[in-house]
Design a protein around this ligand. Structure first.
Ligand code: ME8
Length: 503
């Protein structure tokens, strides 16, 4: 069985997750379920990046013990992911003992092998971005050069440990030139290449006199730089070094927002080269979810009109599925995506309620009313097979290219086709010719079941609900085996939205 390893970034738990965090996580869960359905052995990991100064500061502000605070936040993240049906294999926390062991092991190894050295450091640090900035990047105002942040920088003057990033410049360029498909989409590839070509400098990988974080094992005055610690989650989570699951690692897909591509495309592969490990198979980078006036939605600046935690804790499953659908549907690995309740309402109504929901309700109602709830396979499949073959091919083609929106459009085309077939074949006029009606409706039911199968990675609850209404046990049904389907009950999948979603 082919293996695939899918990761999200590990999130800073200095605030509740918001719709932007959910965006990455839903896309990753979609890919994970998609590959599972295609018989891959999937390891899907998400988690929290806890050893950050800002997490510690948040805990202090709340007068909480930091470890206890991160425990509480891990529970909140897990509850939210559970409501969104994020089916991870592992939820990693950087305060996990196994993770700390890996980080200490790697720091020792890199130091002993000369990839890390100690030297004097003078430079500027942004606590919010957890980033060291070189002089050339900052202006006279000494504000963080990240336009999304622009907070005052801190001048650091201390002996520090450095990673010899400069050693990897040529090797990285060669790797990317030989394997351009690793970074998706190509615009991000170009950004990374031009950044490397500007020249890589060694980076500081420690902080002195910081209370919270993983200490350097042989020099306890220092804490290991949170990004070095965080990136290592990707291998500590699958057992590196003692029980390392190489087979997953060989096919790792890291999903992330564009804000952290340089850490993943430059620092991370350099560390991996230093450790003699394979480099990532894919770095899949999406744009930002923004407010309608194009501001990035963030933990510090807000802008999450859904108010994710309230939304998932207080909404019925069909609305939570609609949010998943909305995020994956808008999933664009390029441009930023403005989020609005109007757009959510529009997609909900036109695609989920009027197209998919309506189709299923019509098919089920026709079988209930005219065929005593039951359809049977009496003739060979006719038109439905070709349509399904085409939809599956289109869907797979798009998903393999990470064109999630187009993939969903091919599912909508199948629903459109089935809706149109009902209108053209006028089954209500066939009520007297039961056999003809049965044959037509069997194909319709089969189409609906197939639709449920395709929808499973996007909206798993809805998918299960469809097959449950049709009395099928599992989505692994085989077309040949499907002889008889009995409608058990009929409930609207996507009832009309209340006034809350008017934007
Ligand atoms: O950067 N739109 O954590 P973080 C889309 N701990 N995606 C968004 C988003 C938005 N408006 N806001 C956040 C960190 N994200 C580090 C990562 S990994 C080794 C360490 C998503 O909590 C997006 O995936 O700031 C982004 O890259 C990530 O959250 C940043 O999460």
């Amino acid at each position: 069985m082919s293996k695939i390893y899918i990761t999200t970034p590990i999130y800073y738990p200095n605030a509740d997750p918001h719709v932007g965090t959910a965006y990455t996580t839903c896309i990753a869960d979609f890919l994970s379920r998609y590959y599972q359905q295609r018989n891959f052995d999937v390891f899907f990991m998400t988690g929290n990046d806890e050893n950050s100064i800002k997490v510690h500061e948040t805990a202090q502000k709340l007068k909480k013990d930091t470890q206890k605070y991160t425990d509480e936040m891990a529970d909140i993240f897990k509850q939210i992911w559970q409501k969104l049906e994020i089916q991870y294999t592992k939820f990693i926390r950087t305060t996990d003992k196994e993770h700390i062991n890996t980080v200490e092991y790697v720091f020792n190894k890199l130091y002993q092998e000369g990839h890390i050295y100690k030297s004097y450091y003078e430079g500027w640090y942004c606590r919010n971005c957890e980033t060291f900035w070189t002089k050339s990047k900052i202006g006279d105002n000494k504000l963080c050069p990240n336009i999304e942040c622009q907070r005052p920088l801190e001048l650091i003057k201390e002996d520090n440990y450095f990673l010899r990033l400069s050693n990897f410049q040529e090797k990285l360029l060669k790797f990317y030139e030989e394997n351009p498909e690793v970074i998706f989409p190509p615009t991000r590839y170009n950004e990374v290449i031009s950044f490397i070509k500007m020249g890589l400098q060694d980076i500081s990988v420690s902080r002195k006199s910081v209370e919270w974080g993983i200490k350097i094992p042989f020099d306890k005055d220092y804490v290991i730089y949170v990004w070095l610690d965080a990136l290592l989650n990707y291998i500590s989570g699958i057992g590196y070094p003692n029980k390392f699951m190489h087979d997953y690692w060989k096919n790792v897909h890291h999903i992330m927002g564009k804000d952290i591509i340089r850490f993943h495309a430059i620092i991370w592969p350099s560390i991996l080269m230093a450790l003699n490990l394979d480099l990532p198979r894919k770095l899949i980078v999406h744009g930002w979810l923004t407010t309608p006036d194009n501001q990035k939605i963030s933990k510090s600046k807000g802008g999450d009109i859904f108010n994710l935690k309230d939304f998932v804790m207080n909404s019925p499953p069909h609305l939570i599925m609609a949010l998943r659908y909305y995020l994956i549907r808008e999933g664009s690995f390029g441009e930023d995506v403005p989020v609005s309740l109007e757009r959510f309402r529009h997609i909900y109504t036109s695609e989920l309620a009027n197209n998919i929901g309506n189709l299923i309700s019509r098919v089920l109602a026709l079988v209930q009313k005219n065929l005593e709830n039951t359809v049977q396979k009496k003739s060979d499949f006719k038109f439905i097979h070709n349509v399904i073959d085409k939809t599956t091919k289109d869907f797979d083609n798009h998903i393999q290219k990470f064109e999630l929106s187009k993939g969903i459009e091919s599912i909508l085309e199948l629903a459109n086709f089935l809706n149109k077939s009902i209108e053209e074949n006028r089954p209500w006029e066939l009520a007297k010719n039961k056999e003809q009606l049965n044959n037509l409706m069997f194909e319709m039911v089969y189409g609906v079941l197939f639709l449920a199968k395709l929808l499973y990675p996007i909206i798993p609850y809805t998918s299960r609900k469809i097959i449950d209404q049709l009395g099928i046990e599992s989505l692994d049904f085989n077309p040949i085996d499907l002889e008889r389907v009995e409608v058990r009950y009929r409930e609207p999948l996507f009832p009309a939205l209340g006034s809350k979603f008017t934007g």
